[in-house]
Design a protein around this ligand. Sequence first.
Ligand code: AMP
Length: 280
Amino acid sequence: MEWLTDRAMLQRWRRQVQGQLAFVPTMGALHEGHLRLLRAARESPGRVIASIFVNPTQFAPNEDFARYPRTLEQDRLLLQEAGCDAVFVPSVAEMYHGSGQTRVQVEPLGSDLCGRFRPTHFQGVATVVTILLNLVRPDRLYLGCKDYQQLILLRQMVADLALPVQVLGVETVREADGLAMSSRNRYLAPEERARAVGVAQALAAAQQARRAGERRVEVLQAVAQAVLARHGIEQVDYVAVRDAATLAALPEGVIGDQDPVMLLAVRVGTTRLIDNRILA
Ligand code: AMP
């Protein structure tokens, strides 16, 4: 497995790749969720490259950039075992080479949902992913459905900018009790970890209500909110039910013919958790 720490190394490696290239961008602190993406990439023909970069521009000054877990040595072993061909691990200076005057904004999607609480987050994501796509020039980009708004936003960006890459969404990997795997889960104290199961259970309760015939968004949101409250999760940024393809609000606040997605963001202690589920 090639360990590529600067742009020149990446470009040399890229020039000798023949055939298809799949790309899995990450911020490291890898877990089974990331490895699922790697495996999906591995199953398709051609080579696989991952990146590890904790991107400062997608964190606000009051967020967890400094304490974000960094486990580079372990990540390296996991990527090697997963059959990754190369890893791009640039420093911040190497990633943002130039004057850094250009930003990529996907609006209004980037200001909705998580964007209301993290106003500069998606601009940071869209900009760094554009740079990465231009450097790596992959045929396929693998993203997790865990970060559902990010997936829809990057799909939109790729379409709007006619970027020559196919975007694939990979199903969320969960712990045995349903908690979506996340690098941030390691911030949770044992008591918080126990309450965090309420997030997946809130989504499951909404799903059940939907299956029992409920179509009103407000009622489904209230069902989820009640489960969160029962688990002592009181800091709720949002619970929303949206069109699963575009994240647009549902007309009249009622589910139509298409299965929508429920998305939520909460804080358990100081840890922000997000999750989502298609209400089928
Ligand atoms: P991150 O390192 O958190 O930026 O995540 C890198 C990629 O892995 C993103 O496309 C995430 O959506 C994806 N990912 C993170 N957690 C999971 C999970 N539990 N299941 C599936 N994909 C995930």
